[in-house]
Design a protein around this ligand. Sequence first.
Ligand SMILES: [Zn+2]
Length: 321
Amino acid sequence: MSIHKIPLPTSFEIGDVNVYLLREKECLTLIDTGTSSSVGEQALEKSLAELGHCVEDLDQIVLTHYHADHAGLLERLVSRSGAKVYAHPLTERLILPTAESLAERASFFDSVYLGMGITDNIKRQTVVDEIVGYQEEMGQAGIDVELHEGDRLPGHDRWRVIYTPGHSQDHISLYQEQDGLMVLGDHLLQNISSNAFIEPPSTAGEERPKTLMIYREALRKVNELEWKVGYPGHFEDIYDYRALIEKRFRSQEKRAKSVVELVQAGKRKGIEICSTLFPKSMNYLPLIMSETLGHLDWMTAEGMIKKSVTDAGVWEYSPVK
Ligand SMILES: [Zn+2]
């Protein structure tokens, strides 16, 4: 068995995305695909050639999660190689959106952004369009085999699927216990904290998943496993993962404390709290709103603050005396 890191360029601010080639006897598996771009595709071809392979050789493609930098090139790679696609059950409807699922998504984010206090319809429409438009860059191919927690990866049966939701609700990591290897996707990154993006519930009408709390739970899960090398979706390999996870927990706790203090100081609306926490990042609204709402959800669940809803659908946070 061997695993090879292949960094591919993206047009996203984060820079390269790392995909991985897993080689074993008769089975050649690519983990993640990179973005849907010819530059990325050519970079992948070049790296595969250096390893003695070509795209057409791929037997399987595994997705860690649906984001465009991880799954964007999926359709193209499947059409060239005929590779079987493996991913979490929630991935397919995210990478193959329908008019109905896009409309559901738009209405979900409209109510979240209204709840957070963006009452200007045009402003809200702009950010909702941006989020929903992001779906167009998705992998656009079907999933052949669903991967669940604990499943062995076909063709690589020493690798086990660990369900690690939070950054996205369909996120999986892959764990190989014997050699202590963990393919992390975006679950844990060395240089930046992974955002626990706000997402609609997987079934319409269900309660919105509290993604930061779910993410923390999934961080604890990989923290408890023993491994030596983590292969992330961006940046360098991760070795001292327990210290890194501890660092992530501490900074989340610090931010949660700030959120409670802002509510105690009289900030009532999500957008006020968000713009106070991230005054310089207002151009990245989906990111910072996820960050803010994640911490508001968490502190509400902890009973530190409480939420009420105005007639207009705006959420108001207040301290718990
Ligand atoms: Zn991601």
